[in-house]
Ligand binder design. Structure first.
Ligand SMILES: CC(C)(COP(=O)(O)OP(=O)(O)OC[C@H]1O[C@@H](n2cnc3c(N)ncnc32)[C@H](O)[C@@H]1OP(=O)(O)O)[C@@H](O)C(=O)NCCC(=O)NCCS
Length: 329
């Protein structure tokens, strides 16, 4: 059986930008079709951030909503973790801008870079800090503006990604509710399967690096797909085992929203019927670190996660990284 939970989710929030980019819009931009995108990915449209707004703005909106849902003030926070690969600037952390925006003067703030697995990495860190009693209230946000790193002339990638943010407020467990387990993993041998080569110190901004398109996401889609199916299946199986749960005890599987076929393969591996899998991929595409907290917030607000129910979250992303978590509400 799982040990007593350290931390629980007290509130959730999400921020979805207003601009919609449909598959039909993309048909006018690259050689693709609505039918191809739906069939290969399950995506119908994605949301893009408005001009003049940044990742920290989406994160701030999601954070305010999560705080209000939790019934806490920003000054109550001890820590802010933002999971992102599309932060506002090279440094400081996007979490510092969120801290400034909400006035969380008592918090330590930092970012986590684990691509699409980043939110669950953040959740795992928050659980450890709360478990050691070093922190009481931790805000974990997944926020991305991948549209700013996407090459809209590359049909292999531009159909996949969207922008958004989701947030949770974590607090010490009240006993029964809380995180039943988390696991994180990575394999740097596959780092170049999904990455952005530019704007680090290896390829700093220059005319040459921009001409070479180093400011855009590069991906070996087919290989990433294969790795994703294996890693998502294993991460999900391991968390069930670690938390002492059977598939029947999972009320809702919340997978990273990258591709419907990857989600179906993960559900099949766990023997969880699709009715118990949360999917909003068609509306938002792959929002990387934001995908799970957005889905979690939607699931709660739709009444699909009620008190006492168990959710399993599982993610996979560039790095390669993977992560999973089981939580009882
Ligand atoms: C990207 C992905 C949808 C492509 O689907 P796929 O079934 O693997 O397709 P393939 O890569 O085998 O490509 C098949 C053909 O479709 C073409 N194609 C790629 N993107 C296309 C698009 N948007 N529209 C039309 N055709 C496209 C390819 O060029 C290829 O053509 P070719 O056979 O003439 O070379 C799929 O590989 C995938 O989802 N990978 C994982 C990506 C992911 O989730 N990344 C984030 C991880 S967090």
């Amino acid at each position: 059986m799982a040990s007593k939970p350290h931390s629980m989710i007290l509130g959730t929030g999400a921020a979805i930008p207003g601009r919609v980019l449909t598959n039909h819009d993309l048909e006018k931009m690259v050689d693709t079709s609505d039918a191809w995108i739906r069939e290969r990915t399950g995506i119908e449209e994605r949301r893009l951030i408005e001009e003049g707004r940044f990742t920290s703005d989406l994160c701030t909106d999601a954070a305010r909503m999560a705080l209000s849902d939790a019934g806490l003030q920003a000054v109550d926070l001890d820590m802010i973790i933002v999971a992102t690969i599309s932060g506002d600037v090279g440094f400081p952390a996007t979490a510092c801008y969120v801290q400034k925006n909400i006035g969380a003067i008592n918090a330590a703030a930092f970012d986590v870079s684990a691509a699409c697995s980043g939110f669950l990495y953040g959740l795992s860190i928050a659980d450890a800090f709360i478990g050691s009693a070093a922190c009481r209230h931790v805000l974990v946000i997944g926020g991305e503006t991948l549209s700013r790193m996407t090459d809209y002339s590359d049909r292999n990638t531009c159909v996949l990604f969207g922008d958004g943010a989701g947030a949770v407020v974590m607090t010490p467990s009240n006993g029964r509710a809380g995180l039943l387990g988390t696991m994180i993993g990575s394999d740097g041998r596959y780092a170049d399967l999904l990455y952005m080569p530019g704007f680090g110190t290896k390829n700093p901004p220059s005319l040459e690096s921009v001409k070479a398109g180093y400011q855009f996401i590069k991906m070996e889609g087919r290989e990433v797909f294969k790795q994703a199916v294996t890693a998502m299946g294993e991460a999900a199986t391991r968390i069930l085992h670690q938390a002492g749960l059977s598939s029947d005890q999972v009320d809702l599987l919340i997978p990273h929203q990258a591709n419907l076929r990857i989600i179906e393969a993960t559900a099949k591996k766990l023997s969880i019927p699709m009715e118990r899998v949360f999917i909003n991929l068609a509306k938002y595409g792959n929002t990387s670190a934001a995908s799970i907290p957005i889905a979690l917030d939607e699931a709660r607000r739709m009444g699909r996660l009620n008190q006492g129910q168990v959710a399993v979250m599982v993610a996979f992303g560039g790095g390669l990284t993977w992560a999973s978590a089981a939580v009882r509400f």
